[in-house]
Write a protein that binds this ligand. Structure first.
Ligand SMILES: NC(=O)c1ccc[n+]([C@@H]2O[C@H](COP(=O)([O-])OP(=O)(O)OC[C@H]3O[C@@H](n4cnc5c(N)ncnc54)[C@H](O)[C@@H]3O)[C@@H](O)[C@H]2O)c1
Length: 258
């Protein structure tokens, strides 16, 4: 087997949550190019439809399932539908996420819980449902999209709910990795830095002054693009990383070095 064969996903089935746009869509397309059939599970019906067409154009099948990943019943239904269609699940990328930044002293309990539910509880719920399938198969790879904000408090940006949720994602990754390592299921994480997607689009279009700080604190002095996360994702989901579990790959243009 050649080194490149280790990165092949031919014959595999990959679920990407929030795969209808941004980082999730870039990863979904990357895994499709590597040969995997794709399932995108998200809340935006219109984007789900267009994204599925773009992914199918790459020569694989793509199932789009409207799923709110904070709802355990919807997650279970999505996973059952994937098993009914394909009979196996090889890869899960827990990518769906969002933010609602505010100063801690003004943040409501609802603002805190909303972000924790989307960014952290959802990763537990989907990992649990898919993990049960992978444990039966004794094979599978899960990648959680965390953030550099899981290891640093962004300066000068008050968002304790987001940072805490992403730190939780990194610890969820390590915990699941240890619980499931002996049963064929690997769990890893990716920490993106500032990446040009809808999540930061409003600031980009308003030329928000905070952008200067973001660039100044990034040694590479630019934002990333979603496609720059695909290599790390492909490595972690494929057999190329067969001895890698419980770890985090940071893709942040050097932001967390300073
Ligand atoms: N863009 C960045 O700078 C950046 C940096 C670090 C980490 N991240 C993380 O990367 C991931 C993807 O973010 P993005 O930048 O592509 O943002 P995005 O807003 O473009 O994409 C988020 C996706 O999640 C989906 N989603 C949101 N709530 C959902 C729910 N309840 N159920 C199902 N799907 C839901 C959205 O429909 C969308 O497709 C997130 O976890 C985010 O926290 C992004």
């Amino acid at each position: 087997m050649s080194i490149l064969d280790l990165f092949s996903l031919t014959g595999k089935v990959s679920i990407i949550t929030g795969g209808e746009r941004g980082i999730g869509l870039a990863i979904a397309k990357g895994l499709a190019e590597a040969g995997s059939d794709i399932v995108i599970a998200g809340i935006d019906e219109q984007n789900l439809e267009t994204a599925a067409e773009e992914i199918q154009a790459l020569g694989v099948t793509c199932m789009a399932v409207k799923t709110d990943v904070t709802d355990e019943g919807q997650v279970r239904d999505m996973v059952n539908a994937v098993c009914d269609t394909y009979g196996h699940i090889d890869v899960l990328v827990n990518n769906a996420g969002s933010g609602r930044g505010k100063a801690a002293e003004e943040m409501s309990e609802e603002d805190f819980k909303w972000v924790m539910d989307i960014n952290l509880t959802s990763q537990f719920l989907v990992s649990k449902a898919v993990g049960n399938v992978m444990l039966r198969q004794q094979k599978g790879s899960i990648v959680n999209i965390a953030s550099m904000s899981g290891v640093i408090a962004n300066n000068p940006q008050p968002q304790c709910n987001y940072n805490t949720s992403k730190a939780g994602s990194i610890m969820l990754t390590k915990s699941l990795a240890c619980e499931w390592a002996g049963r064929g299921v690997r769990v890893n994480a990716i920490n993106p830095g500032y990446t040009k997607t809808a999540l930061i689009e409003k600031r980009l279009s308003n030329e928000d002054p905070i952008l200067e700080d973001w660039l100044r604190f990034t040694p590479m002095h630019r934002f990333g693009v979603p496609e720059e996360l695909v290599g790390a994702a492909l490595y972690l989901v494929s057999d190329a990383s067969s001895f890698t579990t419980g770890t985090t790959i940071t893709v942040d243009g050097g932001y967390t070095c300073w």
